[in-house]
Design a protein around this ligand. Structure first.
Ligand code: GLC
Length: 555
């Protein structure tokens, strides 16, 4: 069968290229039973809210039993559901309800490490005779390491920790309570595949694969232990394809574009289906700080061509620090100065622990421009819960968790998130972004709210598969504050204009085609042909669909 690349039908086949993904943590979304912890039943109650918003895929952060020293990324049972969140039954009801409303679900899969409380590691510590000893990476002497190679420099100063019981050193790329799995061991690979298979069988449509680059770095292993590190990803991909043909792998791969594309593989469907574009994200913040679109245009230009069916995932914020590690030090300093000058807003010397609305001082025009921009980029947009209402961070919460405060549903106590008095993480109470000001209930009643605007943005994005599938072309501009681009797919085109600057300006447009530029967010249609200047307000955003003469108008 040839791929359905030029027809709209393709959007129902390679569904991820036109999806709108919404990431949430069950624990902070909605508490149904008043114990102060969000749960699966609570989330299930809000599936209609998410369906109304228009998202088509929910990404669940880890919901597995865990030691809770890395917010669930330190798993103690890959097959379980954290009892604080509910049961397997609750999860399957949730998956089914979401599917009924047209929403697929994916979840974090964390193959790089377990918790040190995982039964595998507990057994492994018994020594070489344990059947699980080789599930982890050990050394008798502490191996030499490159300075600065730790992910969390505030808490760790080495990638190796000594285990008194095993009397050996073990590898941990993240915290020392997260020993790295030995992916060179075929049994480990089998177990990980079985875990993926198990959750696919519960109705998930794939995984956000955590910390992927570490999986293919055979640190601490004897030379040749893994003949081809990427084979792990190929095997997992093939296995998942056999179990559930529509399932995807969305990878956390924070590398340069040239290195990142290696994780798609040479052909589509060979390794990962989607990768977050961290370089585009970081360049976007530099562009916003400078009010100059050129760094973003350059980062987009640097993206290599994608193998068939593969896709970039774009985001404004995720659950971690806003890492700026790929920027040059002076560039990073510029972003810090613009969006997080207080050292308490910064983390690990490389990132910010803030959400966008606070970084932009709550400027609605600018916030909307940024989301419109992200949604118009060549790729699939990924939202983080609360972005649709403009939630800010709670800096009273330590470290990266500042952006993981409870969802702000209403102005009731504890933001309507729980009826309990105590929550594990405090809701944001005071200030312009506190829950009394920023909440879902209030914004639902206001036709001009960010929430209602976001709903329209999501609907438009889903109606514009050209953006997810098309060929991206920048359109030359006189004013560097303006990013203008078009996306062409199957004879149809979208033109998007964004003014990153706080001054009114003009975009230059020179299209070869005749016809009408249909205004997708307003009612100011334009003639397409010839050369024209389009006035842009400060921080303006405009999308058009090019309607060629004689063609039917889209709604
Ligand atoms: C990924 C996650 C992060 C977690 C880490 C270790 O980077 O995004 O939240 O702490 O992996 O699992």
């Amino acid at each position: 069968m040839p791929p359905l690349t030029t027809k709209r039908k393709a959007t129902g086949d390679v569904w991820w290229r036109n999806a709108v993904v919404y990431c949430l943590d069950v624990e902070t979304f909605l508490d149904s039973d008043g114990d102060g912890c969000g749960d699966l039943v609570g989330l299930c109650e809000r599936v209609d809210y998410l369906a109304g918003l228009g998202v088509s895929c929910i990404w669940l952060m880890p919901f597995y039993p865990s030691h809770q020293r890395d917010d669930g990324y330190d798993i103690t049972d890959y097959y379980g559901v954290d009892p604080r969140l509910g049961t397997h039954g609750d999860l399957v009801e949730l998956v089914r309800t979401a599917r009924d409303r047209g929403i697929r679900m994916i979840a974090d899969l964390v193959p790089n490490h377990t918790s040190d409380r995982h039964p595998w590691f507990r057994s492994a510590r018994e020594g070489r005779d344990s059947p699980y000893h080789d599930f982890y990476v050990w050394a008798d002497e502490k191996p030499a390491e490159k300075p600065g190679d730790v992910v969390f420099p505030d808490q760790e100063n080495s990638n190796w920790a000594y285990d008194r019981k095993a009397r050996r050193w073990y590898l941990h790329r993240f915290y020392s309570h997260q020993p790295d799995l030995n992916v060179a061991n075929a049994e480990v690979r089998d177990e990980l595949a079985q875990v993926a298979g198990f959750w696919l069988e519960q109705g998930l449509s794939g995984f956000r694969l955590d910390a992927v680059p570490f999986l293919v770095e055979p640190i601490g292993m004897p030379p040749g232990a893994i003949a081809d590190p990427h084979q792990l990803l190929r095997d997992l991909r093939r296995f998942m394809g056999r179990r559930n043909g529509e399932s995807i792998l969305l990878g956390e791969v924070n590398l340069s574009p040239e290195q990142a594309v290696e994780f798609f593989g040479a052909r589509g469907g060979e390794q990962l289906d989607m990768l977050f574009s961290f370089t585009v994200n970081q360049a976007m913040y530099l562009a916003l700080a400078r009010e100059d679109a050129r760094p973003l245009a350059a980062a987009l230009d640097a993206l290599p061509p994608l193998p068939q069916d593969c896709q970039w995932a774009h985001f404004v914020r995720n659950h971690d620090e806003l890492t700026l590690d790929k920027l040059a030090p002076e560039e990073r300093a510029e972003v810090f100065a613009a969006f997080g000058p207080d050292p308490g807003m910064q983390l690990y010397g490389r990132g910010l622990r803030r959400r966008l609305p606070a970084m932009l001082g709550g400027d609605q025009r600018r916030m909307r421009m940024v989301y419109s921009l992200m949604f118009s980029l060549p790729g699939t947009p990924v939202l983080f819960y609360g972005e649709e209402i403009g939630m800010a961070e709670n800096l009273d919460i330590e470290g990266r968790y500042a952006v993981r405060a409870p969802m702000q549903w209403s102005d009731e106590p504890n933001a309507g998130f729980t009826t309990a008095e105590e929550t594990r993480r405090p809701v944001l109470a005071g200030g312009p972004f506190g829950f009394r000001e920023v909440n879902v209930a209030r914004q639902r009643r206001d036709p001009h709210s960010l929430l209602n605007w976001m709903e329209r943005l999501i609907r438009r994005r889903r109606e514009c598969p050209e953006l997810g599938w098309g060929d991206w072309t920048p359109l030359a501009q006189d004013d560097p504050a303006v990013l203008a681009h078009r996306a062409d797919w199957g004879g149809s085109a979208i033109v998007a204009l964004h003014n990153l600057g706080g001054r009114a300006t003009q975009a230059r447009l020179e299209l070869a085609e005749e016809g009408v530029l249909v205004d997708l967010f307003g009612e100011r249609d334009l003639d397409a042909g010839g050369r024209r200047a389009i006035a842009l307000e400060p921080y303006d955003h405009r999308w058009f669909r090019l309607r060629r003469p004689g063609r039917r108008a889209a709604p």
